[in-house]
Design a protein. Sequence first.
Length: 324
Amino acid sequence: MFTSSRRVHLLTSAPTAVALLGVAACGSDADAGTDTDAATAAGYNLTADQNRITTDPVEEIAAKVPQEIRDRGTLVVTGAAGTAPPLRFYADDDTTIIGSETDFAHLIGNVLDLDIELTAADWAQNFVRVDSGEADVFISNVTVTEERKEKYDFATYRLDSLAVEVGKDSGITFDGPEDIAGLTIGVGSGTNQEALLVEWNEQNVAAGLEPAEILYYQNAVDYYLALGSGRIDAYVGPNPTSAFHVLQAGETEIAGTFSGAGLDLQGEIAVLTKKDNGLIRAINEAINHIIENGTYAEVLERWGISNEAIEVSRVNPPGLPKTA
């Protein structure tokens, strides 16, 4: 069995999306322009003043929230600490968390008549926060998996599409698992895309193909520097993040896309809560309410991810299968 090496790169500060664009561009100061120019060119509001899309409370849905949370008046939302525009990232003040995932959190809070407290942690620690009750929900591009469903409840809100991002004109294409053979690939540690890559790599080795080398990263700045310098051939991550980066930086391209649940099942991204804590039905109904009133579509359009829309939120649908 092929065993991948593990390299985890941690940053001591939270890079903004504007800074990330500057790193990715790798041009001169004259070429890069100012932070304001980058934000304008991106076509997104990258400032702390978000003017988020809002909606009204719905009393009959809010009443289904557990009494302890209703009394507190706040829904504590945890999510990834790394910068991953347009999903969840830091505004140009390096402090305010913005992006489509935070917009969805605030809309859910609107419907449930709760304030939203956004917190951030490394990927694995987010599950620990939910386990301990430190956070009520985990909203940060979390894929439904069969293994996770044993401990957590899910309410879906977006399709899960992954992308293989490569250097421009690299000649690398992705049509299936065999195409990762021989490549050095970056991926986020502990993610479902890591699980898929490891599984495909083992299948390829068993079939006599050259193994891939899988390297692990926590932040976008790390893996884009690695991709730009040629230390990795490709990066596998959320399609919205790759699409955002390809559009803004102009130095990479998407070699292929696939479902976050693998080749045989369309994955879905969902709000995660501790299993049987009484919260998931209220969240599910809140999501279906914003789908029906159109504010859901406005958020998707705002961040350029309308192609990941779902028609209805589901509770605990089939997820990424367990590996043998």
